[in-house]
Design a protein around this ligand. Structure first.
Ligand code: KG4
Ligand code: ZN
Length: 356
C-alpha cells in the first residue's frame, strides 16, 4: 500500500509518499519545507506567520513529494499543534482524498514521531547489543518522545496498545533547550544551537572547568516517572546573571567558552534526567526495546548516553535517522500504514491531542 502523508502541525510543511516494506515502512519521497528562519528574529514561533507560510508551501511540497506516484490513501497529522498550521494540512488532505476518492487517515503527530522508528532504509543503523540485528523494534517497547511541546514516556505493548507512563510536569525538554538558548543569546530553535555549542567544548576543557558549571538534575532521585525541566532553565538564567562576577574570578574563560560550557552542562543535565527516567521505566516494565523519538532525539549527548545505557541493559535501542527526528511527513505515513485510523471527511484539527 502506498500512502501520501501530510504534516503541518507547526513550522514545517511536509509531504511524503511511503509504502509498506516488510514489517516496516520504506520512504519513496519525503519533502520538508520550514519557516524556521522567519521565526528566528522573534526568538520563537509566531503562529500567524507559521500558518501563512504553511499556505504558501503546502501545494508545492505535496506536488514535489507525489512526483507522479499513484497512491492508495491520504494521511494527515491532525494534532497536537498550532490550530492555524494544522488546518492547512488537514483541509488539503481532505480535499485530495475527496477528489481522488481515496481513504483519509488521521494521524497523531506525537505517535508519528515514535513510528519514525519503523522507517527502514539501507542507511538506518539499528543497534542491538547482542546481535546487531536490522529490522523493526520488537515489542513491548518503552518509548521516550521528546519534542518542542511534549516529553512523554510510553509503554507500547503492541502497535496500537500504548499507555502513557510518565512525562514532564512543566516544560517539555525541547522547550527547555529553546529557552536556555535564548538566555544564552543563541538563536531559535535553541536545541541544535545548544547541541553545537556543547560539542565545541573539548574533553580537556570540560575536565578543567566542569565544577564551575553545575546545574541541577530535578527529580533525578525520585522513583516516579515524572520529570521537570523548568528548574534547569532557571539555573542557567542565574549563571548568566552572575556572569560578570564569574569573569572577574575566571578571566581566562572567554565569553564564547562560557556559553559553550553552560551549553554542555545543560545538555548533560537534561540528558541525564531523560536517561535516568527511561531506565527506571525499563526496570519497571521490562521491555524488549527502547525507542527514542522527536526533535530532541537529534541531540548527540542524549542519543549517545541512552544508546550506551540500553546496550548495557542488553536491550535493543532504536532512534530515527536525524532527518526523521524533527517534523517530517514520512513518520506520518509510517504511522498511518502500521496503525491506521480511518477518518470521516469532516476531520477537524485537535491542537491539544495527547500521545495516547
Ligand atoms: O519534534 P519537533 O521537530 O517539533 C515538535 O513536535 O515540537 O521538535 C522540535 C524541538 C525544538 O524544541 C528544538 O529545539 C529541539 O526539538 N531540537 C533539539 C535538537 N534538534 C532539535 N534539542 C536538542 N538537541 C538537538 N540537536
Ligand atoms: Zn514534532
Amino acid at each position: 500500500m502506498k500512502m501520501l502523508a501530510i504534516e503541518s502541525t507547526c513550522d514545517e510543511t511536509a509531504a511524503a509518499v511511503v509504502e509498506n516494506f516488510g514489517e516496516g515502512v520504506r520512504v519513496i519521497n519525503s519533502v520538508v519545507a520550514s519557516s524556521v528562519e522567519m521565526h528566528e528574529k522573534y526568538g520563537g514561533i509566531v503562529p500567524e506567520v507559521a500558518a501563512r507560510e504553511q499556505i504558501k508551501s503546502i501545494i508545492p511540497v505535496i506536488t514535489e513529494a507525489m512526483n507522479g506516484e499513484n497512491i492508495d490513501a491520504v494521511a494527515v497529522s491532525y494534532g497536537p499543534g498550532l490550530m492555524g498550521s494544522l488546518l492547512v494540512g488537514v483541509e488539503s488532505a481532505k480535499v485530495l482524498a475527496w477528489v481522488w476518492k481515496k481513504p483519509l487517515l488521521k494521524v497523531n503527530h506525537m505517535a508519528a514521531h515514535v513510528m519514525a522508528n519503523w522507517i527502514v532504509e539501507k542507511t538506518q543503523k539499528i543497534e542491538n547489543s547482542k546481535t546487531q540485528s536490522t529490522g523493526v523494534p520488537k515489542l513491548p517497547a518503552v518509548g521516550l518522545v521528546v519534542s518542542g511541546g511534549h516529553t512523554d514516556l510510553i509503554l507500547m505493548e503492541s502497535l496500537t496498545k500504548w499507555t502513557w507512563i510518565g512525562g514532564t510536569r512543566d516544560d517539555a525538554a525541547g522547550e527547555a533547550f529553546d529557552k536556555a538558548a535564548r538566555i544564552l543569546g543563541l538563536p531559535y530553535p535553541g536545541g541544535p544551537e545548544i547541541d553545537r555549542a556543547a560539542n565545541k567544548v573539548t574533553n580537556e576543557e570540560w575536565d578543567k572547568y566542569k565544577n564551575l558549571f553545575k546545574l541541577p538534575r530535578p527529580l533525578i532521585h525520585d522513583p516516579r516517572l515524572e520529570m521537570s525541566f523548568s528548574g534547569i532553565k532557571a539555573a542557567v538564567a542565574r549563571m548568566v546573571e552572575n556572569r560578570s562576577q564569574f569573569s572577574e574570578a575566571n578571566p581566562q574563560i572567554s565569553e564564547e567558552s562560557f556559553r559553550n560550557l553552560v551549553a554542555r552542562e545543560f545538555s548533560q543535565a537534561v540528558s541525564e534526567v531523560l536517561v535516568k527516567k527511561t531506565m527506571l521505566a525499563v526496570e519497571q516494565f521490562k521491555p524488549k526495546s527502547v525507542l527514542l523519538a522527536g526533535g530532541v532525539a537529534a541531540n548527540k549527548k542524549l542519543r549517545e548516553t541512552l544508546r550506551q545505557e540500553i546496550a548495557m541493559a542488553g536491550l535493543s535501542f532504536f532512534v530515527p535517522e536525524l532527518k526523521y527526528c524533527g517534523d517530517n511527513a514520512a513518520m506520518v505515513g509510517a504511522s498511518a500504514l502500521l496503525r491506521p485510523e480511518e477518518s470521516e471527511m469532516d476531520l477537524r484539527p485537535d491542537p491539544s491531542l495527547a500521545v495516547v
